[in-house]
Design a protein around this ligand. Structure first.
Ligand SMILES: Nc1ncnc2c1ncn2[C@@H]1O[C@H](COP(=O)(O)OP(=O)(O)OP(=O)(O)O)[C@@H](O)[C@H]1O
Ligand SMILES: [Mg+2]
Length: 443
């Protein structure tokens, strides 16, 4: 703790000067206080029961430096503090509502945010267990390296989730990670609301929202850029503590050593804990780099660095996916080829049928042309024959006449040849056999 004002020790007594007493009802009796748990610089924590008799944890906005309790109600210590106190209560409620939207198995669930006693409250799921700090400080508790890795990966999943929801925790430390009965970690006590409160209040600005050893150096500088790597620094410090039994040197001391050309007081964990994989230890050192660009940049990156099992199964899953894709592509190619072949066959069959039909029509046309020619030839023959007959008839007639009379003037001139064709035409018998303007039956 930077200034000793945040007390993370479990409460020694069942009460605290300004705490709500057991039996106190909140929100018209919906909650009943059972036990005072802790008082931090920004609020008090209680165990309570809800209207369904379930145990819940109630966090009360109680920035003790500017408020006091009077007959249950929380009020500003003085008129000068009133506006700041109101702003802090407003921020507490707004942040609680924002956090209540986060739902993850490793993040404490907020199921109600309300106002009472002229301050704000949130009701949290009660996590039965103890915090990570208690766990690592208890000599009877020995975390197996496999459990440590499992807790880290679950914390990283939770951190990844909040970061993808644009939330920074800002207060990751062993006392803000509860370990439930099944050994699963649950992140509690988000610091974002406190950060907002320090900005809203001069009285609270003295209260740094930092924890020495766990906070990266940017948390000590108001208005500095803070990002995912800042939370990951705190998580790195938490697991440094799990491994070494103490928090790493505070980041301010590290920065000042580097600034004055002295060695960084940080002692890497890499190579010191043979029970852990190199990648696991190296990731903690990397997350704890003083300068943000040197750190691990995202929880996802850290998971990938550490989780060899997950890496292996991710690679296998990818390979399986690639195989599936390959199979799908080859199936698709086969189906396409089949479809193309069917198309070609259909096309060929169609072309063949068309060719056949064209041949039939051509044959028909040829046959008809042949018939036409034959008819014309026959008609021409008939015509010639008729003409010759007429000629010889005329000659005979002429001879007969000349024999009968010497008057040459009376000889009848031969009749003009009248074609059978021209005689047939008017009846339309040969319609289409001659070229004309109208459509032909045969062409
Ligand atoms: N959901 C919970 N389930 C069980 N115990 C909890 C829960 N939330 C908090 N506690 C207990 O209460 C203690 C204090 O809670 P919390 O860390 O939220 O606040 P704080 O650190 O005391 O105060 P501040 O919010 O001012 O920093 C925790 O260390 C833990 O022992
Ligand atoms: Mg806490």
């Amino acid at each position: 703790m930077s200034d000793g004002q945040q007390n993370h020790e479990p409460a020694q007594s069942d009460s605290f000067a300004d705490s709500l007493k057991p039996g106190t009802e909140l929100l018209h009796g919906q909650f009943r206080i059972e036990k005072f748990l802790n008082a931090g610089g920004f609020g008090m924590t209680y165990l309570a029961r809800d209207s369904l008799d379930r145990i819940v944890v109630i966090k009360e906005c109680f920035p003790s430096s500017m408020c006091c309790r009077n007959n249950g109600a929380v009020m500003a210590r003085s008129r000068q503090h009133q506006a700041e106190f109101d702003a802090v209560v407003k921020h507490f409620g707004a942040e609680a509502r924002r956090l209540s939207k986060l739902q993850h198995p490793h993040i404490v669930g907020i199921h109600q945010v309300f106002e009472d006693n002229q301050t704000a409250y949130m009701a949290l799921d009660f996590v039965r267990g103890r915090d990570l700090l208690d766990t690592i400080e208890d000599p009877r508790m020995k975390l197996h390296p496999r459990d440590v890795k499992d807790i880290l990966l679950k914390c990283l999943e939770a951190v990844h989730y909040i970061h993808t929801n644009d939330v920074l925790h800002r207060d990751i430390s062993p006392d803000n990670i509860l370990i439930d009965g099944k050994g699963n970690p649950v992140l509690i006590d988000f610091g974002a609301a406190k950060e907002e409160a320090t900005r809203a209040s001069r009285a609270l600005s003295a209260l740094h929202v930092v924890k020495d050893g766990y906070s990266p150096h940017e948390f000590y500088i108001a208005g500095s850029t803070q990002d995912a790597s800042s939370d990951l620094y705190s998580l790195g410090a938490t697991f440094y503590h799990v491994l070494t039994g103490q928090a790493p040197p505070d980041s301010q001391a590290r920065v000042s050593a580097i600034a004055s050309d002295r060695p960084d007081p940080y002692r890497p964990v890499s190579g010191k804990f043979p029970q852990f994989e190199d990648a696991f230890l190296h990731a903690i050192d990397k997350a704890l780099s003083v300068f943000p660009p040197d750190r691990i940049q995202s929880a996802r990156d850290w998971i990938e660095l550490v989780d060899t099992e997950r890496r292996r199964s991710a690679a296998l899953a990818q390979a399986e996916l690639d195989r599936q894709i390959e199979l799908s592509i080859s199936r698709l190619v086969q189906e396409t080829n089949k479809a193309v072949e069917a198309d070609i066959k259909e096309h060929e069959a169609k072309a063949k049928a068309e060719r056949k039909e064209a041949q039939r029509l051509q044959k028909l046309a040829q046959e008809q042309a042949r018939q036409r020619k034959k008819t014309l030839d026959e008609l021409a023959l008939l015509d010639d024959f008729a003409f010759h007959q007429e000629q010889s008839k005329n000659a005979e007639e002429a001879a007969r006449r000349s024999a009968m009379s010497v008057n040459h003037d009376e000889i009848t001139p031969p009749k003009r040849r009248k074609s059978i064709l021209s005689r047939l035409l008017p009846f339309g018998l040969l319609r289409g056999t001659f070229r004309g303007n109208g459509p032909s039956d045969y062409l």
